[in-house]
Design a protein around this ligand. Structure first.
Ligand code: FES
Length: 157
C-alpha cells in the first residue's frame, strides 16, 4: 500500500513494508542522515524528528503510522550558511563533543521551545532527560537551550 508524507516541506510517496520504521525510511529511502540510529528502542533520543511539530523517536514510529503527516528532520531546519536559531545556539555554546546525540537534542529543543518559549532550567532538564549524551556535555546543552530560547525570542515579530 502506498502512502504519502510531507518531509521537510516536500510531498513524497512511499511503498515500503508495513514494519518499516520512520527512521529507516528517512535514512535509507530519503537519504536524510540527520536522525541517527542509536539504540533502536526509543531510549536514547538520537533519532528524534518532529511529527507535526511534536518530537518523536523515529526508530519506534512505523512509517505507515504517520501517513499524511508533516515530518521535519534536522535537514529541514536551517542551512550551514543560515542555521536555525537552535542550531546556532548549540554551535555558540559548543555543546557538541562527539556530536552523535546532537541532532536529536536540537530537534527536541525546537519542539520544546515551540511549546514553552522561555523554559526554566528544570523544564529543560525534564524535557531532555531522555535524550542521552554519552560524552556528558549536559551542562553545555542546558546552556545551548537557554541561548536558543533567547535567539528564538529575538526572531519573533
Ligand atoms: Fe531511537 Fe535511540 S535510536 S531512541
Amino acid at each position: 500500500m502506498t502512502f504519502a508524507l510531507q518531509i521537510n516541506g516536500s510531498a513524497r510517496q512511499f511503498d515500503t513494508p508495513r514494519e518499516t520504521s520512520l527512521l529507516h525510511l528517512l535514512r535509507n529511502d530519503c537519504g536524510l542522515n540527520g536522525p541517527k540510529y542509536g539504540c533502536g528502542l526509543g531510549q536514547c533520543g538520537s533519532c528524534t524528528v518532529l511529527v507535526d511539530g511534536v518530537a518523536a523517536r523515529s526508530c519506534v514510529v512505523p512509517a505507515h503510522g504517520v501517513a499524511g503527516r508533516h515530518i521535519t528532520t534536522l535537514e529541514g531546519l536551517g542551512t550551514r550558511a543560515a542555521p536555525h536559531p537552535v542550531q546556532q545556539a548549540f554551535i555558540d555554546a559548543q555543546a557538541a563533543q562527539c556530536g552523535y546525540c546532537l541532532n536529536g537534542m536540537v530537534m527536541a529543543t525546537v519542539a520544546l521551545l515551540a511549546r514553552v518559549p522561555d523554559p526554566t532550567p528544570k523544564q529543560v532538564r525534564a524535557e531532555l532527560s531522555h535524550n542521552l549524551c554519552r560524552c556528558g556535555t549536559h551542562l553545555e546543552i542546558l546552556d545551548a537551550v537557554q541561548r536558543a530560547a533567547r535567539l528564538c525570542a529575538e526572531d519573533r515579530p
